[in-house]
Design a protein around this ligand. Structure first.
Ligand code: MF3
Ligand code: CO
Ligand code: CO
Length: 275
C-alpha cells in the first residue's frame, strides 16, 4: 500500500482535527498538579472532547491486531512509562513527569499530539531529558520537505538523542495519519540519511520520538498496553502531526498554548541561509 497523498479537502479536515487535538492539551494543562490522579485527567479530557469540542477520543476501544481494546480516552505515561500508560488511580506527586497523549477524531479526521508535563518541580535530569526530546522532535520536523527521505528524520533525532547520552526507543514509531489513526508510513526515530520513503506534498504523518535517559530496551506490563523502560530509567516523548507542503512542512497540531520551536531549530534555520 502506498502512502496517502491528502487532497486539499482532507488537509482542511486535518487542520481542524489537529488544532482541536492541541487544544485538549491546552485545556488540561492547569489540572496537571500534585494530588490529581491520571484517571481524573482522563475524565476531564474525555468530557472536554465530547461535550465542548464534539470530538471523539480515538484511543477509546482502539484495538490493533494482537491487542485488547484500549479502555480510556487518553494515554498518561508517568516517569519510566515510555508510552500507552492507562489512566487510573495513580496520584501524581511533585517531581513526577508525565506525557499526555491526545488523539481526537473530528469529521472522520485524526489529530494526534502529546506533550510532557512537570508535576511541581522537576529534577535536573527530567528537565534536560524533556528538553532534549523536544529538540529531537523539532529537529525531525525541520527535515520535512518534498524530496527529503524518512531516514533524514530518524537520523537527526537519533544523533541528537545519543549525543546527549540518551537512547531512542525502536519498538514504536511515528505514523501516517488521516481518516485512519495509524497508517503507512512508519516514521522511525533512528536511521540513515537518504534512506526509506521520499517525502511528497500532501503526506501527513506524526513525529513522536520516545527517548530514554538510560538504555533503549522496553518492558511490557501485564495490562496489555503500558510500556516501561527495562532499566527503570526516565523516558520522555513529544508528538506533533505534520503535513508535507510544496516548500517544507506545516505542523497541524498547533493551538494558542503550543510551546514555540526550540532555539536549536531557529539557529539551524538561520545557519542554512547563505550570508
Ligand atoms: N496516540 C498514540 C500515538 O501517538 C497511540 C495511542 S494508541 C492507544 O500513536 F490506544 F493507546 F491510545
Ligand atoms: Co499520540
Ligand atoms: Co501518534
Amino acid at each position: 500500500m502506498a502512502i496517502t497523498i491528502n487532497t486539499p479537502a482532507d488537509i482542511e479536515g486535518m487542520r481542524l482535527a489537529g488544532r482541536l487535538g492541541a487544544e485538549v492539551l491546552d485545556y488540561i494543562t492547569p489540572f496537571v498538579k500534585p494530588g490529581v490522579t491520571t484517571g481524573e485527567l482522563d475524565r476531564l479530557c474525555h468530557e472536554y472532547m465530547t461535550n465542548v469540542q464534539g470530538t471523539i477520543p480515538a484511543p477509546l476501544n482502539y484495538c490493533p491486531p494482537g491487542y485488547t481494546p484500549y479502555p480510556k480516552a487518553i494515554c498518561t505515561s508517568v516517569n519510566d512509562v515510555i508510552c500507552h500508560g492507562i489512566p487510573g488511580d495513580k496520584v501524581l506527586k511533585s517531581g513526577d513527569v508525565v506525557n499526555l497523549d491526545i488523539t481526537v477524531i473530528k469529521d472522520g479526521y485524526h489529530g494526534d499530539n502529546s506533550r510532557m508535563f512537570f508535576v511541581g518541580e522537576p529534577s535536573i535530569l527530567a528537565k534536560r531529558l524533556s528538553e532534549v526530546t523536544y529538540e529531537c522532535m523539532w529537529l525531525g520536523i525541520s527535515k520535512v520537505k518534498p524530496g527529503a527521505h524518512l531516514g533524514d528524520i530518524g537520523h537527526v533525532i537519533q544523533q541528537h538523542a545519543e549525543k546527549a547520552g540518551y537512547s531512542v526507543v525502536r519498538e514504536f514509531c511515528g505514523h501516517g495519519i488521516g481518516k485512519v489513526f495509524h497508517e503507512e508510513p512508519q516514521v522511525l526515530h533512528y536511521g540513515r540519511p537518504g534512506t526509506l520513503d521520499e517525502l511528497k506534498p500532501g503526506m501527513i504523518f506524526t513525529i513522536e520520538p520516545m527517548i530514554n535517559a538510560g538504555r533503549r530496551e522496553i518492558r511490557e506490563m501485564g495490562d496489555g498496553w503500558t510500556i516501561k523502560t527495562k532499566d527503570r530509567s526516565l523516558s520522555a516523548q513529544w508528538e506533533h502531526t505534520v503535513l508535507v507542503t510544496e516548500t517544507g512542512y506545516e505542523v497541524l497540531t498547533m493551538s494558542a498554548g503550543t510551546p514555540p520551536p526550540p532555539a536549536i531549530v531557529a539557529a539551524q534555520a538561520a545557519q542554512a541561509v547563505p550570508a
